[in-house]
Design a protein around this ligand. Sequence first.
Ligand SMILES: [Fe+2]
Length: 418
Amino acid sequence: MATPIVLPVPRGSSSARLRAGADLDTQRGFWIEAFRRVRTETEARAAPLSAEDQIVQSMPDASPTKWHRAHVTWFFEQFLLVPNDPAYRIFDERFPFLFNSYYVAAGPRHARPERGLITRPNCADVAAYRAHVDAAVTKLIEAMPAEKTAAIFEIVEIGLHHEQQHQELMLTDILHAFAQNPVNPVYDAAWRTPQVGSKHEYVSVPPGIRSIGHDDEGFAFDNELPRHDVLVPKMRIARELVSNREWLEFMADGGYSTPSLWLSDGWAIVQNEGWQAPGYWRQREGTWYVMTLAGEQPVDPHAPVCHVSYFEAEAFARWAGKHLPSEEEWETAARAGILEQAFGTVWQWTRSAYLPYPGYRAAEGALGEYNGKFMVSQMVLRGSSLATPSGHERVSYRNFFYPPARWQFTGVRLAEFN
Ligand SMILES: [Fe+2]
């Protein structure tokens, strides 16, 4: 059995605290409903997938759907139920080893690249695990003594935001798996990426000392804090996302065969991986197709480019004579309301390294591992994507991936200085 750990309240910002004014029954009802809604969405996203689909792990970075469903459940078991409910019975003593992701303080864990080898517990076992934890969490929220509810609600809340992050990964990971399959499976025939608008203009971002970071209304992860001042230079940002049409021009102009456009590490990957186009693009008889959650589709020139790495985004910007915005420039522009498709289409790479904000301190204990230990060698993405669950996005949100990653829904917005 994993050792129960003492869990401090995460050093993020919580809407649990803001709701503390409401009477306790109202608060309990709110969190039970929020919990039910998020847990249901996870199952809705898994529903189109067969048991076989849910086992596959197509690369070490992507996890099986079944693993995602179990891991988010383990999170509630490990961080909420075990430390706070003396009557709680661990569903299966073998599961914490299988479904802990990277929390060293929560005990040993199964090797990430081998998650696809776990055929048992099967999908039905995972469904039973989910039901067991759902019932226990609901009972805990209903019955917890009043003086302990604030801490409980905060852990429920971070668990729900954590599960929403995995809901997006469920889609990105199954798309990667389906893209390896010559029959081009369809996850959702109705999946469509909104097109980019036709205003090809650059707009001024309000320069000067600006405040970025979470503003203490509602939930935020700790990496969005503390709010602090930054200096935004005189610059302009593209109102629209970069489109496939523009990307095709980059390709036609030798974008993937001109080393001077690329960072050295990026050029090495272009050569080693044979990159000639964004992720999931295939060419047949002169026409480009792209694998999507709706199966293989012709590349739509009016859709935003998607599944590009930081290296590709940076090379494209150089080719275009532009730059990627920094995360503070992006956030200032988004707060000013001057960006189209800031949210809900594709994540947008920034030129900002993923670093702690001035004064950032990770929480003590296992949940301190949530964000802080990843603050090196990755780049920040802003906005949200079509795969992001509704209500999960916010203007201060900091997503982060390694520069070569392109299996997420990642696109490009440009900036210019003059
Ligand atoms: Fe996780």
